[in-house]
Design a protein around this ligand. Structure first.
Ligand SMILES: [Zn+2]
Length: 80
């Protein structure tokens, strides 16, 4: 099992960076958003990106927090 998820775009198998997208797709999305034809929200609704996480920084603190949160979620699932 890998903790490196891949991009949400079906034809793209790069490692996920932010908003469920790899940097490549993220940059493409940003470019489209800049043109004003789409927004992060509209892309989210179309399922081609994910909502932004609360500062999932690649810092030890951010990682620890993320881990703590995922443990909590797992626990909740197990008790149900
Ligand atoms: Zn991608």
């Amino acid at each position: 099992m890998s903790d490196k998820l891949s991009c949400v775009i079906p034809d793209c198998h790069r490692v996920r960076a932010t908003r469920g997208l790899c940097w490549n797709c993220y940059q493409s999305a940003r470019t489209i958003i800049k043109t004003g034809s789409e927004s992060w929200k509209s892309l989210e609704e179309k399922g081609v990106c994910l909502p932004k996480k609360k500062r999932a920084l690649h810092s030890p603190f951010g990682k620890a927090l993320e881990e703590a949160n995922s443990k909590k979620e797992t626990k909740d699932e197990q008790t149900s």
